[in-house]
Design a protein around this ligand. Structure first.
Ligand code: PBG
Length: 327
């Protein structure tokens, strides 16, 4: 046959396929979510997230050692406090679970880069991401609290803060608060396009952060929308976000792509708990090959334009890279 173009020519061997790959992945771009819980001697598996655990500070070495040997040196910390109240005061307590976790990691694992989730839902008795006015989350009052949380994380030694509350104006508010407290070099990774998503289900069990009433649709985004995500990103960048995030990842690859095309700051994607648990459950049932599915979905997120991937599969992915399965 007289065929001038034969795209298959570049697929004839493994080394050739690897040479012409368009997407490269690196463990430098991976961030692992870490659940720290108040108490002692705790390493408890999260029932909705097989293979993921909550750790008390005295047992954090269990997971940090695994991360170190996998060459993963970035974490995003979530705290599960023993006490919750209406204003989430444990979130900005200098001896809160996240603050103690930060100090522990700084002391014993100085090479780990610590990002903290700045939000209130794990700390409020009502489970919402801010201060309530009746049943409505009051935006402007919440900002004051977010400032306190971010500054207390930075004081404890957090390298970067990541507000995930979706209040309006929180990036500029936190930026000003950090600067005034002397933390001009603590970057903000804004959860900019964070959708109200069913894919957070397993996380809410992990963190005990399900709202006691209603849902988060008055602050997180409606998944029917695309332009709104671009607006949120634009606002956050204008307010001083150093990195913007799209969350969840797999159902929002279109959004990742558009954000990556339109903004000049690094783009993070959060492959959330539901994405993790779906793969785990399907693999356990024998419906899909876990390793291949994890590789394919992670690469798809980078291919969509993400520069940074937050994933519960970070350690697995590092191994797959070493084994040459992706990279
Ligand atoms: C806190 C927060 C949530 C997640 C990250 N930060 C939960 C939520 O918004 O309900 C979800 C992470 C995941 O599902 O893996 N607001």
């Amino acid at each position: 046959m007289d065929l001038l173009f034969r795209p298959r020519r570049l697929r004839t061997s493994e080394s050739l396929r690897k040479m012409v790959r368009e997407t490269r992945v690196s463990r430098q771009s991976l961030v692992y979510p870490l659940f720290a819980v108040d108490g002692e001697g705790i390493v408890e598996e999260i029932p909705s997230m097989e293979g993921q655990y909550r750790y008390s500070v005295d047992r954090l070495s269990v997971i940090l050692d695994q991360l170190m040997s996998a060459g993963i040196n970035k974490v995003i910390v979530f705290g599960i406090p023993a006490l919750k109240d209406s204003c989430g005061s444990q979130a900005f307590d200098d001896n809160g679970i996240v603050q103690r976790t930060i100090r522990y990691i700084r002391e014993f694992y100085p090479s780990v880069y610590i990002i903290t989730d700045v939000c209130m839902c794990e700390y409020t008795s009502h489970g919402h991401c801010g201060i309530l006015d009746g049943k409505y989350v009051d935006n402007d009052q919440t900002l004051e609290y977010l400032n306190r949380i971010a500054v207390s994380h930075a004081k404890a030694g957090a390298h970067m803060v990541a507000p995930s509350d979706m209040m309006d104006g929180r990036v500029s508010s936190i930026r000003r608060a950090l600067d005034e407290a002397g933390f001009v070099n603590v970057p903000i990774m804004a959860y900019s396009a964070k959708y109200a998503s069913a894919f957070y289900g397993p996380f809410r069990e992990a963190a005990g952060s399900a709202p006691a009433f209603g849902d988060r649709r008055s602050y997180q985004m409606d998944y029917h929308n695309r332009k709104e995500a671009l607006k949120e990103v634009e606002l956050d960048v204008a307010e001083g976000a150093d990195i913007v995030m799209v969350k969840p990842a797999l159902s929002y690859l279109d959004i990742i792509r558009e954000v990556a095309d339109r903004t000049d700051v690094p783009v993070a994607a959060y492959s959330v708990s539901g994405e993790y648990s779906m793969i785990k459950a399907a693999a356990k049932a024998g419906y899909m090959d876990e390793e291949k599915t994890v590789c394919e979905s992670a690469v798809s997120i980078f291919r969509a334009g993400a520069d940074i991937l937050i994933t519960y599969f970070a350690i697995d992915l590092a191994r797959y890279m070493d084994e040459g399965k992706i990279g």
